[in-house]
Design a protein around this ligand. Structure first.
Ligand SMILES: *Cc1c(COP(=O)(O)O)cnc(C)c1O
Length: 359
């Protein structure tokens, strides 16, 4: 049996069928249907936030966020250590990504290096809470205020993370997240947008629905709408989210216990309630990483190189920049399998290979 880095959580099928029957009964499949409204309401409750927009995927969420803040040109400061969508959403909107290197402990953008990257063309800062590890949100906020810049957080990994007792998703002008099937909490495909101000929230809602209300066309929009089937999956999975996080915590604790210290990623700060979204391990060099990946693949175990390559080196960028810390970590890091139902015997095997090869 093939062991991947993640395995999509599926709720009991009867629970999903219950919602599907509701869809059949009321005949509405999309366009802000009753399940979508219910899901948006329940997400606000779960996150403890008063704003939440459900959209078709996380990449769309990033692009709608940029449009809602009128960022359609110029530069946005971002991190090179992320999934490609963080950068591609900028490029797709014809905005130039300007990379600021990361902090070697948190893997998030290094706030001390942001100011040096600000120019008169800078429109915003787009950091990522990498693996659900919070960025230095306070320092970033201070810099953003000083230079009058917006902050959009790519919080694709941060559902369920609390920082100082509140959802991490409350930070920034906008936070966006992903509910893709590979993420900890999913709606098959899906994304969320959380806006701080009612004004931006109204823009988000308009843009995701083609920019019009009936015959009144108010601004350029797109089709970012999620369907009732996605909302149904979200409603099912939300009932299990605490269990999902607890199960992942157990897997994480077993890894913590079995792995040698030299491969463990630096501990994250203590003021958080973590969501156990990923289990990164860091090797001394790329050759060791490749050796470990090979040995694991021989056992039909497939970890993933999250994140590689460092995005500042993407081949289709007009101009590449140097981000030595991100480039170095990108070459040495993998995420180990982590999901509900991952068997202890597999975890032990993984640790044996990792410990053996890395020594
Ligand atoms: C998954 C992910 C995205 C994209 O989300 P999709 O829902 O797959 O479009 C964006 N940023 C990060 C950091 C991600 O991990």
């Amino acid at each position: 049996m093939r062991i991947n880095v993640t395995k999509t959580f599926l709720p009991p099928i009867e629970e999903y069928q219950g919602y599907i029957r509701q869809i059949w009964a009321n005949g509405q499949l999309t366009n802000q249907g009753p399940l979508l409204k219910q899901f948006e309401k329940e997400m606000k409750g779960y996150l403890g936030l008063n704003n939440f927009h459900f959209v078709v995927n996380g990449t769309m969420a990033l692009q709608v966020a940029l449009r809602a803040l009128d960022i359609t040109e110029g530069e946005v400061i971002t991190t090179p250590f992320s999934y490609v969508a963080t950068t591609s959403s900028l490029l797709w909107e014809r905005v130039k990504p300007v990379y600021v290197d990361i902090d070697a402990e948190t893997f998030c953008i290094d706030p001390n290096k942001i100011e040096a990257a600000i120019t008169q063309n800078t429109k915003a800062i787009l950091p990522v809470h990498v693996f659900g590890r919070p960025c230095d949100v306070e320092s970033i906020e201070v810099i953003a205020k000083r230079y009058n810049l917006s902050v959009i957080y790519d919080a694709a990994h941060a559902v369920g993370v609390e920082y100082k007792g509140e959802s991490l998703l409350k930070h920034g002008e906008i936070s966006v997240t992903s509910f893709h099937a590979t993420k900890l909490f999913h709606t098959i495909e899906g994304g969320g947008i959380i806006a701080r101000s009612p004004d931006i929230s109204a823009k988000v809602e308009l843009i995701k629905r083609f920019g019009h209300n009936y015959d009144e066309h108010r601004r350029l929009g797109i089709n970012g709408k999620a369907s009732e089937f996605q909302a149904a999956m979200g409603l099912c999975n939300l009932k299990h989210i605490e269990d999902i996080i607890n199960e992942r915590k157990k897997v994480t604790e077993l890894y913590d216990e079995l792995l040698i210290d030299t491969v463990k990623a630096p501990k994250i700060m203590t003021e958080i309630k973590y969501n156990y979204s990923y289990y990164p391990v860091l090797f001394k060099n790329e050759a060791t990483l490749l050796k470990v990946v090979n040995r694991l693949e021989e056992e039909s175990i497939y970890p993933r190189r999250y994140f590689y390559p460092s995005l500042n080196k993407l081949p289709y960028l007009k101009q590449t920049q140097d981000c030595p810390i991100s480039e170095d970590i990108s070459k040495r890091i993998i995420c180990l399998p982590l999901y509900v139902g991952l068997e202890e015997i597999v975890i032990r095997k993984i640790c044996e290979v990792v410990n053996g090869s890395a020594a």
